[in-house]
Design a protein around this ligand. Structure first.
Ligand code: ZN
Length: 255
């Protein structure tokens, strides 16, 4: 498990499962930019140990819909029981991020407070966000067992964790800045799915992005901000953690 020392907190990357993203997900003009036509991605969750808090960022697929998410097992291997998790902070509420929250109508992390951006919460729980009826019903069933704490962009969700506007992929998609006195890092959720193409061409979207104009703008703004502020970047669908660099031709790299 990749471990990142952030000063007064430690962050761990958990590969919940493996996945493959096909070039056909990309907007047509960018499909040829992916050598081989497919990209081996991951579904990732993150554990943050900060003081007496044990915080999860997203929960992967869990064991729903034929998936075998490993997050709970990996936590247990570290001596952390599901009831020890104090908070779950969501980048957004798509099925591959909420699936580990519950099973059989019961919270899998029974003591955790669930933190969700207010726009994202409303879009899924009260409106018909642009996903299928099945997907919406699944997300609602995962969220319902929890006490949800909503917040606005730029709020400090928990000490050292600040929410940043990254909407577009979904209406309330959120990037989290982590500042615990050491290296600064951002967990960028689904800011990109096919890293080699979308770092090179931040304007490239996938069909997972509900509002492609906003998603592309959020991607570019996030990459630029992290490059400027020398912040590490980690996400939910690419396993690398690194610093973001902006190049003269408009491309970015993660190193
Ligand atoms: Zn996702």
């Amino acid at each position: 498990m990749q471990e990142i020392d952030l000063g007064k907190a430690t962050l761990f990357a958990i590969v919940d499962s493996q996945t493959t993203f096909e070039a056909s997900l990309l907007t047509p003009e960018y499909r040829d930019a992916l050598p081989g036509g497919r990209f081996p991605g991951v579904v990732q969750t993150w554990l943050l140990l900060a003081g007496d808090k044990k915080i999860l960022f997203d929960t992967g697929w869990g064991t729903h819909k034929g998936h075998h998410g490993t997050t709970v097992r990996v936590l247990e291997e570290r001596g952390i029981a599901p009831k020890d998790i104090t908070d779950i902070v969501m980048t957004h509420l798509d099925n591959d991020h909420v699936g580990g929250l519950a099973s059989n109508g019961k919270a899998s992390f029974p003591k955790a407070t669930l933190h969700v951006n207010a726009l994202e919460n409303t879009a899924w729980m009260e409106e018909c966000v642009g996903r299928s009826q099945d997907a919406i019903a699944f997300t609602r069933s995962m969220v319902r067992p929890y006490t949800v704490q909503t917040f606005a962009y730029d709020a400090e969700v928990l000490p050292g964790i600040r929410a940043r506007d990254a909407h577009g992929h979904t209406p309330g998609h959120t990037v989290y800045d982590l500042d615990f006195g050491g290296k600064k890092m951002a967990i960028v959720g689904d800011i990109m799915h096919i890293a080699p193409v979308q770092l090179r061409f931040p304007g490239a979207c996938t069909s997972y992005d509900l509002d492609v104009t906003a998603a592309a703008a959020s991607r570019l703004a996030t990459f630029r901000r992290l490059a400027r502020d020398r912040m590490l970047m980690g996400g939910m669908h690419f396993p690398e953690v690194g610093y973001v660099y902006e190049h003269a031709d408009g491309a970015f790299s993660l190193e």
